[in-house]
Design a protein around this ligand. Structure first.
Ligand code: IVH
Length: 664
């Protein structure tokens, strides 16, 4: 194969992999292998510039910075959408559409993606230029930036390539990528992006495409612009052609008929809203038939044949009536804004967390201020900002007191911490928090012992530490306000049932600072259900456990150095707690060995493989380091393979791995 052929061959291969990754979400090679091919192509192109090709993926890394964007006139205006704020308005939309049409209308339902609209223009299958929506008529020329987005095909082939194809879509950033990007920026002391949409918008409008190339931008395409050389009869036909040419299309698109379909999709989209990894702010319903669309027509700014069904606002403005301090099980004093109750996204909100004093100062939040609050899924509502224009003279600045509001003892701020903590172990709030934690799902999982009953038990001096739970009798509970004999018996039953537990759940339940369920599982494995060994362990033993670091090791040592804690543990144990034995732990050649998995195995899923090695006393970690004993490299292994090679770690393919475990 000559150089030109190799270059073309690499371009085709890499573009195919881009489509597998960005359009079908099914990569067939690892990122590492992709990078090797890309580097080979880059080198060949640098040495042989005469074979430069515009559809080469190397063109995505960004060309030279420019001073300002030029403008591009859209051949067809980029319209916006009329909004329906609730179901009734969707019913009204459907009524208008069906006014002069006897039959039920076929609609395409799509998610309304919350990013930035762009237009991509292709001539004979080649990406020529692309632009922002701008004012709908004139957009900014962001061609070089768009070329850096791997989901956008630089060219496409196929049986029937239109002379002109304009595709419109939304550029956005996934939540996961956004989080990682902000974390990286934090490490480098760079300002953080407020949300994925701002980040996507800022990234697209960079004058230096290299910066755009470094941002994890994605695209979903959803609408045609001008097209010449191919005819689509309907929106669904258009959308289903796009992936064949390499354009990513959102997977939650549905075709259906009539108002019942509209209502059903609107409801179901609200439910998936918190499950998907990108922001949406509603749904879009479009008349499917292009002939019908034309018949129904457009207004000056939006088509009559489509509507956006917006979700109930998850943000609202309300007044801060007071700021109070809540004390949790770790003694942390957390300021909580008491709000004038307001419905946000269908739920009445009356509290919002303010985190700590730094946060209060940064946002300049005061009692009697009006604030914009946001509820996102199940998380505690947050105050986004103060509405300064509504601020009156009666606002009161708030400073977190340096004494605990529950027990009045002094609150202390540890070095490196933003929070003040009550240090009194007998503080009622801490006691309550610890007990609530101990009975929760990932700990002893005692059903029936809810917050209110715990409060009553503490108030009646029946419990003041976790081990007191085991001293409770049916009558103690039955005598509480509003508690019947049957409920009391049920609670005692669930306490007894919870006595058969696991070592890790019990350790998690102790509430050792910085030690959650995962760390507790590591301790379970290391100390093999032997709590004496754990209590008497030293710092070195702990730090040698993979994934346990200095902070956690110190917390554990400190916890077990406190005789009060040991007394409580002993009292719990004497009430007949039983830790289920760790499955089949016997000493094998794999005992205490550390495995890392990469790629996919044909015979076992990753979690099945981990269970197998754990049954031989080994454990699995997520990343390679000097302590790793084996890397199991399945198909499509990632960059871990190289790291393992550089550290001289034993690498086994699936066959070697099966041999190893079958011969134990
Ligand atoms: S169709 C005339 N489909 O919403 C049709 N737009 O308010 C206009 N958007 O500027 C576009 N998801 O940024 C369409 N599935 C979707 C969409 C969508 C998000 C945005 C787009 C547009 C705005 C219109």
């Amino acid at each position: 194969m000559n150089i030109k052929e190799r270059i073309n061959n690499l371009i085709t291969t890499l573009n195919k992999h881009n489509i597998n990754y960005y359009v079908h979400d099914k990569p067939t090679i690892s990122d590492f292998e992709y990078d090797i091919l890309l580097r080979e192509l880059e080198e060949l192109e640098n040495k042989n510039p005469q074979y430069a090709n515009n559809s080469s993926p190397t063109k995505r890394v960004g060309s030279h910075p420019i001073k300002e964007f030029g403008t591009i006139k859209h051949r067809l205006p980029m319209l916006s959408l009329a909004n329906a704020m609730n179901e009734d308005e969707l019913v009204e939309f459907n009524k208008q559409i069906t006014k002069n049409i006897p039959n039920d209308i076929e609609y395409v339902a799509e998610l309304k993606l919350d990013g930035l609209a762009v237009e991509l223009v292709y001539e004979n299958g080649e990406f020529i230029y692309g632009s922002t929506r701008g004012d709908g008529f004139l957009g900014e020329d962001i061609t070089n930036n768009l070329k850096t987005i791997k989901g956008i095909p630089l060219s496409f082939t196929g049986k029937k390539i239109p002379k002109l194809l304009e595709v419109r879509g939304e550029v956005f950033i996934n939540h996961k990528d956004f989080k990682k990007l902000n974390e990286d920026r934090k490490k480098e002391n760079l300002p953080l992006f407020a949300n994925p949409r701002n980040c996507a918008a800022g990234s697209l409008r960079q004058l230096d495409p290299k910066i755009t190339a470094s941002r994890p931008l994605r695209i979903f395409c959803y609408a045609p612009g001008e097209i010449d050389g191919i005819k689509f009869k309907s929106q669904i036909e258009f959308l289903s052609s796009l992936p064949k040419w390499g354009f990513p299309v959102n997977q939650h698109i549905k075709l259906g008929t009539g108002i019942d379909f509209i209502k059903k999709y609107y409801k179901s989209a609200e439910k998936i809203r918190n499950k998907i990894d990108y922001d949406i702010d509603g749904v879009v319903f479009k008349v499917n038939s292009y002939v019908l669309q034309k018949e129904i027509g457009i207004r000056s700014k939006s088509p009559r044949w489509a509507i956006a069904g917006k979700f109930k606002a998850e943000q609202a403005i309300t007044k801060i009536l007071d700021i109070q301090i809540s004390v949790g099980r770790t003694g942390a004093l957390t300021p909580v804004a008491k709000l004038d109750p307001i419905k946000v996204g269908g739920v009445v909100i009356s509290n919002a967390t303010l985190h700590n004093q730094d946060e209060i100062n940064k946002k300049d939040v005061r009692i009697n201020d009006y604030v914009l609050i946001q509820r996102a899924g199940d998380v505690i509502p947050e105050i986004l900002k103060v509405i300064k224009e509504k601020r009156k003279k009666n606002t009161i600045k708030f400073i977190i007191p340096n004494e605990c509001p529950i027990c009045n003892s002094k609150a202390i701020k540890n070095i490196n911490e933003a929070v003040l903590r009550c240090m009194n172990d007998n503080c009622e709030a801490i006691i309550k928090g610890k007990i609530e934690h101990y009975v929760s799902k990932n700990c002893l999982d005692i059903s029936g012992l809810g917050t209110q009953i715990i409060n009553l038990l503490i108030k009646n001096n029946l419990i003041n530490k976790i081990s007191d739970i085991y001293k409770l009798k049916v009558d103690d509970l039955a005598n509480l306000e509003r508690m019947g004999q049957k409920s009391a018996e049920n609670i005692i039953n669930s306490i007894n049932k919870s006595k058969t537990t696991t070592f890790s759940k019990f350790i998690n339940g102790l509430g050792i600072r910085n030690v959650g369920l995962n760390a507790s599982k590591l301790l379970e494995k290391k100390f093999n259900n032997n709590i004496e060994k754990l209590i008497n362990c030293n710092y070195e033993e702990l730090i040698n456990i993979d994934e346990i670091g200095d902070i956690m090791a110190n917390s554990i040592i400190e916890y077990f150095n406190n005789s009060n804690n040991i007394n409580i543990i002993n009292q719990c144990l004497s009430s007949n707690l039983k830790f289920e034995s760790l499955e089949n732990i016997k000493t094998t050649i794999l005992t205490d060995k550390l495995f890392v998995f990469t790629g996919t195995l044909k015979k076992y899923s990753r979690s099945e493989a981990i269970k197998i090695i754990e049954s031989f006393g080994a454990s699995a970690a997520g990343s390679i380091n000097k302590k790793t004993n084996y890397l199991i490299a399945g198909e499509k292994s990632g960059s871990k393979l190289n790291k393992a090679k550089s550290l001289n770690i034993k690498i086994l393919n699936e066959e070697d791995f099966l041999n190893l475990i079958n011969n134990i």
